[in-house]
Ligand binder design. Structure first.
Ligand SMILES: C[S@@+](CC[C@H](N)C(=O)[O-])C[C@H]1O[C@@H](n2cnc3c(N)ncnc32)[C@H](O)[C@@H]1O
Length: 242
């Protein structure tokens, strides 16, 4: 019995390893980016947003999403779906990551603040677009794991902090761009204060228990805020005691 158990365990280990080693993650990733491009092209045209930002698609092509997904969901890393990352939280759907990154209009050298690090994947996409990123995560285990993943992949320009991101990161403000990747009833006023003149903020605003609107807020040169809603979305809620 012992010998056969050892044989079975050995086979399981070998098959498990072969599946991970033999997998062509890059082909899967490029296929996903192709499908996102097609979907983005039609959405961007419908919404009159100009052209799809090639820098977003290039960034998505470079970030190994499978490294940000827990092992038990890794096989689904390049499906266009949100996936569980533990603690009741999710890594966002790649299409939504791409679309929010497009709306942010990030340029190399931009200082970007993110509320909701989660797995760290969105931060990595923004870093690939040339941004320096300050990101806050309220679940300590997720902040620790994201820091580890980003460090292992060599993303030195991403600063991860554990805490309540509602208050922003005043020492690093003002930010050129702000992205909120959890839903709230209103845009946190502290984040609007930390957005520089000429800056852009993107956030799902609405009932956190239901559907929200993806909002784009621009701070004009006169300091006036102009906001518009772009797309219905569904995000996990902002938590904390603000
Ligand atoms: C949809 S997930 C974010 C996905 C993430 N951007 C990624 O790329 O994996 C939302 C995250 O926001 C975090 N969160 C919720 N409320 C927060 C708060 N007040 N401050 C910081 N993070 C918060 C959640 O714990 C969760 O990890």
């Amino acid at each position: 019995v012992r010998a056969s158990s050892i044989l079975i365990l050995g086979l399981v280990l070998i098959l498990g390893t072969t599946e991970a080693v033999g997998r062509d993650w890059e082909s899967e990733r490029l296929e996903l980016v192709r499908s996102i491009r097609a979907r983005m092209e039609s959405l961007v045209a419908d919404l009159g947003l100009g052209a799809v930002d090639q820098h977003v698609l290039d960034a998505l092509s470079r970030v190994p999403r499978h490294a940000f997904v827990p092992p038990d969901h890794r096989a689904s890393a390049y499906l266009d779906r949100p996936l569980p990352i533990g603690h009741g939280q999710t890594i966002s759907q790649p299409f939504i990551v791409a679309f929010m990154s497009q709306l942010l209009q990030v340029s190399p050298g931009d200082r970007v603040y993110e509320l909701g690090t989660g797995s760290g994947y969105q931060a990595a996409v923004l870093a690939e677009m040339g941004a320096e990123v300050w990101t806050v995560e309220i679940v300590e285990a997720l902040a620790r794991s994201a820091r580890k993943t980003l460090g292992a992949l060599g993303y030195g320009g991403i600063h991860v902090r554990h805490g309540d991101g509602y208050a922003g990161w005043p020492e690093a403000a003002p930010f050129d761009r702000i992205i909120v990747t959890a839903a709230g009833e209103e845009v946190p006023p502290s984040l609007l204060d930390q957005l520089r003149v000429g800056g852009i903020l993107v956030m799902p605003v609405g009932d956190p228990a239901s559907v929200q609107e993806l909002m784009v807020v621009e701070k004009g040169d006169d300091g006036e805020l102009r906001s518009r809603s772009v797309l219905p979305v569904r995000f996990v809620p902002i938590t904390g005691d603000h």
